[in-house]
Design a protein. Sequence first.
Length: 149
Amino acid sequence: MSLLEKGTEDPAYRWELAWRRVKSVVKEHRKDKKQKETSREDLAMVIDTWRGKLERDNSEENREGFKIASSMVKEKDEGEAKLWRMRSRALWMAEGDAPSKFFMALWKARVKQDEIRALQLEGGEIMEDRRTINTEIGRFYGYNVQVSK
């Protein structure tokens, strides 16, 4: 039995219907602009369309359409950010210049993100001291840890 035969009460059917509408709006807009890839502006237009529909009628279908359009914008933004990170790193490596303020900030942010700030032991005790955390990790894995300041 297809989703169309199940009726409008099925959430999967409503999601599919909302997805089809999002795709049709994007397709129509692409046709008008005669372009192959969806730009950020196109997706913003789609979100505005769904936001308007949602303001007029707060139905499940319109909420799903808005959610789908928003996720498309998020994916597009994440893809562009990843592409720019790759380009900037490749350019930096090719030119061989000294680390700039920009790249040092990126590196510091990455190190800070990867740092273990607290450790919860099996007994439930939480450790926040850097030396204690390093000692406990070394004890757990069975080796001595050198602590740097």
